[in-house]
Design a binder for this molecule. Structure first.
Ligand code: HEC
Ligand code: HEC
Length: 523
């Protein structure tokens, strides 16, 4: 891990001193901000940092340094959606057959509903390619009235907003709920004659402040994540302990109650495996019961149009091109699609960054030697930083990657992890770059959703993996932002483990903030 070079361990105080130095070097216009900086330099515990953050955020945002501009979704071909490289022919055939099933649209005869959020896996997981996240146009609006269905579209689902599922925080009696309440029912659909159940009253629950949202997470490369050993994750979380402590960062794993191993999927790392997530999603998102989740969530007899479980292992071979897929139930195939899919490729995979002549000194020295990219510490003038006009240049992206590490983003968003031995061809000991520690962290009052899942409480979320973020439209668990600068700011609120890192960010010169955002859009 190269968060901060271990031979150059720095306390928060000295990191803040560097930042202070850089503020001073950035000229007189910043003088008013320097007075606010000692709050960060006092090596304060996280709660004190939290108390200071709001004020600091305001100071920094109103400073002349300004906010960076998010260049938006990276154009070009999606660097995602295909199979892992190195698979054998039969594994690749298995992937292709599984991908077809992942894209199937289900209806009444397949067991859709009685309650559901959409009618296919790929409908929710489609940006920038099959297996991804929310697309630009939300398919939930059209499915609400498809085939004569009579659903009202809840106010939080909009044509160009993120795909959402809704959880209620509390039951009517005040006890914790936390479960997903299906947005739609099959009532009125021509393939569901006689079914007459009502949607939950979302307007009333919104009025009681009782509804929280989740947006889809991307599924690319998740087989590799599934195959990282618990030991590797534990060692990574324990690494650089002093630096993490000085930044106010701890984190812990959400462990599976059945076997005690680390659960790693979902916004709160609440689910152990891809097969488990597939079984749950099939029943919760689409209302299709299966061999893992056998019982209908709504068992009104007038609304059942298929035996249960709706999906299961076929006893007669299917007709796919994969001998193995021919005998798999849908949930096994969904899991196989995810497990065999390749991680998203960063922009650098197609166009490797080339150091520009003008920025070469800074980039080279920072990479080999200097633990901070900040101008004062790098021994270079602010003018040597890539100019804002070179916004998305390779040099800016490279510098942004260094900023990311050095201000502490990497303390949670771990760049690299290595898989264990794999039963799949060519997938053993693969080093991946998910930019996550797969631990849950207290993200403070601003992001808290009040929902506990397994070992994760209402304030905690899994460090969101950042691979593929360059081609994403919506960010954070509830899709509250489309802008990366705003997303970074949302990390800071009372009690958040990220507060010190976000004040480091806010003290950066505008060009470095821009480089950081450009770097994120290159992923
Ligand atoms: C209505 C939209 C919707 C549909 C349909 C849907 N998903 Fe999802 N998916 C989500 C949301 C929302 C999350 C985040 C859930 C959470 O963490 O609480 C998610 C998360 C996941 C994850 C976790 C990935 C990770 O890294 O955390 C997996 C795996 C997954 N979905 C698989 C599937 C499969 C397989 C299907 C089809 C059976 C499916 N999904 C259908 C919305 C959907
Ligand atoms: C204390 C750990 C921690 C630190 C430090 C941290 N993050 Fe995060 N990050 C998270 C968690 C947890 C989430 C998910 C929060 C949520 O959705 O509510 C997240 C979400 C994100 C997202 C949105 C990803 C998505 O899938 O929607 C981006 C982008 C991001 N972080 C970038 C950064 C950058 C850049 C920094 C450094 C300035 C940083 N983070 C520092 C833990 C951290």
């Amino acid at each position: 891990m190269t968060m901060i070079d271990s031979t150059r361990v720095r306390s928060l105080a000295s990191l803040a001193a560097i930042l202070l130095g850089s503020a001073a070097w950035c000229g007189a216009a910043q003088a008013q901000n320097v007075t606010a900086a000692p709050a960060a330099a006092s090596a304060a515990p996280a709660d004190a940092a939290a108390a200071n953050t709001a004020a600091q955020t305001q100071n920094r945002n109103s400073s002349s340094r300004g906010a960076p501009v998010d260049p938006g979704v990276r154009g070009g071909a999606p660097g995602a959606g295909g199979a892992l490289t190195g698979l054998s022919d039969v594994e690749r055939q298995f992937f292709e057959a599984a991908k077809d099933v992942f894209q199937e649209v289900d209806a009444g005869p397949d067991g859709l509903g009685p309650t559901f959020n959409l009618d296919s896996c790929s409908g929710c997981h489609s940006q920038p390619a099959i297996g991804g996240t929310s697309p630009p146009v939300n398919p939930q609006v059209a499915v609400a009235t498809l085939m004569g269905a009579k659903n009202t579209v809840p106010s939080f689902v909009t044509a160009n907003g993120p795909i959402r599922e809704a959880r209620f925080v509390r039951n009517p009696d005040g006890s914790p709920d936390g479960g997903v309440h299906g947005l739609f029912t099959i009532t009125g659909r021509t393939d569901a004659p006689g079914c007459n159940i009502a949607q939950p009253n979302f307007a009333a629950e919104l009025g009681r402040n009782n509804v929280v949202f989740r947006i889809p997470t991307p599924l690319f490369g998740l087989g590799l994540i599934e195959n990282i050993s618990d030991g590797a994750l534990e060692a990574n979380l324990a690494a650089n302990a002093a630096q993490k402590r000085s930044l106010g960062i701890s984190g812990r794993f959400n462990r599976n109650g059945n076997d005690g191993t680390i659960a790693r999927f979902g916004w709160k790392a609440q689910n152990k495996s891809l097969l488990l997530f597939a079984g749950e999603a099939y029943n919760v998102e689409m209302g299709i019961t299966n061999e893992l989740f056998q019982n209908e969530r709504n068992s009104d007899p007038a609304c059942q149009f298929k035996f249960t479980p709706n999906d299961g292992t076929p006893m007669v071979a299917g007709d796919t091109a994969s001998p193995s897929a021919n005998f798999q139930g849908d949930i096994d195939l969904f899991a196989a699609f995810m497990r065999l899919s390749a991680p998203p490729a960063p922009a650098s995979a197609t166009a490797p960054p080339v150091a520009q002549a003008s920025g070469a000194t800074v980039v080279a020295s920072a990479a080999t030697d200097v633990p901070s990219v900040l101008p004062a510490a790098a021994g270079a003038s602010a003018a040597a930083a890539p100019a804002a006009s070179a916004a998305t240049s390779a040099a800016s992206v490279t510098r942004g990657g260094q900023v990311f590490s050095n201000i502490g983003c990497q303390a949670c968003h771990t760049k690299s992890l290595t898989t264990a031995q794999s039963r799949l061809t060519g997938q053993s000991n693969v080093t991946v770059q998910p930019y996550s520690d797969f631990a849950v962290h207290d993200m403070g009052a601003g992001l808290a959703d009040g929902v506990s899942q397994g070992g994760a409480n209402g304030n905690e979320f899994r460090t969101a993996p950042l691979w593929g973020v360059g081609q994403r439209i919506f960010f954070l668990h509830d899709g509250r932002s489309k802008d990366l600068h705003e997303t970074i700011q949302q990390h800071a609120s009372r009690g958040s483990e990220a507060n010190t890192v976000i004040s480091n960010y806010n003290m950066l010169p505008q060009t470095d903030k821009q480089s950081l955002v450009n770097f994120l859009r290159s992923l």
